[in-house]
Design a protein around this ligand. Sequence first.
Ligand code: GAR
Length: 202
Amino acid sequence: MTRIAVFISGRGSNFMALHENIKKGIIKDAEISVVFSNKEDAKGLDYAKKENIEVIVIPSKDYNNRQEYDKKIVEALKPYNIDLICLAGYMRIVTHELIKAYENKIINIHPALLPSFKGLHAQKQALEYGVKYSGCTVHFVDDGMDSGAIILQKIVEVYDDDTEDTLSERILKQEHIAYSEAVSLITSGKVVINGRKVSIKG
Ligand code: GAR
């Protein structure tokens, strides 16, 4: 059984999709043992409570030092024996404190085809650049921003009349599929990391 911690800062739709797919048996041998948020008012926490998933909130606004903050997270997670951390709309850069405690065990979903359009407002960046295709990327988290080894990507066509909202919505549907696929591959032991390259067994 893979014990997952999902990190959120807001709406939490990727977290919900992961949990629903675990419940349906689409992701096997896994459970979301805890949901972590840096924001007390993150909407996704309501769903966690409704589903009786344990919640940890450490408000990031109370910390000036990112390393100190991440040390607190590592301490708080210890009792849960977490095997995999899924960042799902967690809007903070994680530091080496967290990365060294969970080496190659932290993954993130980003709403663009990395390495293009890192950081905030990726969908708006893609529209403004004028790309014809965008999408989403699930990747391992390393010390850089949105720079870790890529596990999988899904492509979405960009239409002439797209707005940030319409493109984001279309990408989000693919995010929900991509994140569950990536977690399934990891929980079934099929993901092999070799430096920047990730290969999928079978
Ligand atoms: C998602 O689109 C996710 O890819 C993005 O925030 C949204 C969170 O939605 N993450 C980033 O931009 C991280 N750089 P959700 O809270 O409904 O899952």
